[in-house]
Design a binder for this molecule. Sequence first.
Ligand code: GTP
Ligand code: MG
Length: 292
Amino acid sequence: MKFAFVAIVGRPSVGKSTLLNKMCGEKVAIVSKVPQTTRNAIRGIVNKELKDLRGQLVFIDTPGRHSSEKKINKKLIEVSNRALTECDLVLYVLDATRSPGSEEEEISALLAPLAEKVVVAVNKIDVSNSLDPFVSVTSFSKNNIFPVSAQTGEGMDELLLALLSLAPEGEALYGEDYYTDQDVGFRIAEIIREQAINRLRQELPHSLYVDIADIELKEKDNLLWVRAFIIVERESQKGMVVGKGGEMIKAIRLSALKELKLIFDWKIDLDLRVKTGKDWRSKDHVLKRIVG
Ligand SMILES: Nc1nc2c(ncn2[C@@H]2O[C@H](COP(=O)(O)OP(=O)(O)OP(=O)(O)O)[C@@H](O)[C@H]2O)c(=O)[nH]1
Ligand SMILES: [Mg+2]
């Protein structure tokens, strides 16, 4: 039996969270076109038997690495760094549709000392399948670079087999029926954030977070009652999230409910509102609570 913690690292938007969801076969992490969607170390658990190898891989999805002096970016990089120090293996994800620039060279250099425990996935080969630029930018051997598509699932078994082969012997940490360790409130907040990000433009996706103010399970009705707030940085942004005649917040609420229905068996009653948390992205006490 094999067991490993595997940190998934890479630039923003390369498809780390999509890949995690594909490997888990469940929606564990939210996904969007907007860079820096993931803000937390999110665990996804995969039990797998391939060839003569059987094991449990506990993946840790991380925020995309992007150097910037902004307080929130520094926090996000810290989450990625912590996962790198705590893991047994690293899954380094690159994007086949974007030429590797200086940021990629930086990440490659950071991972070079860990080379023995790194497996490289070049993702989005459903769009572009030329691996050559990546072989030259990374110092990793070609045998350890796997072309994959998190969208179609191509290359998944080869990638998982490579990870299982490198994983140390060990016992499973989670029972067979677990695929994540996130609590219900966090998952609901993330789904609401995903639906908001996917509808809003410009700075707004980066300017918001979701706070679950109240949550109550009414067991006899099989009903989960939730009150949540979308929190924006400035008073002037509230109107854009609410939309004309409340259309935007209504659309976010309905699509979040639709997604939540796929995940949970309860009926969900969602009271969703918007409020301002002035300049929250530069406040340590807020970042401490929501990034990590
Ligand atoms: N065509 C294609 N698109 C993909 C694939 N994997 C991910 N995407 C898209 O790439 C975008 C970013 O995906 P995410 O999974 O959120 O990327 P991420 O690396 O987790 O991004 P951060 O959390 O911001 O670091 C989304 O629009 C995905 O639908 C793939 O294999 N093929
Ligand atoms: Mg992500």
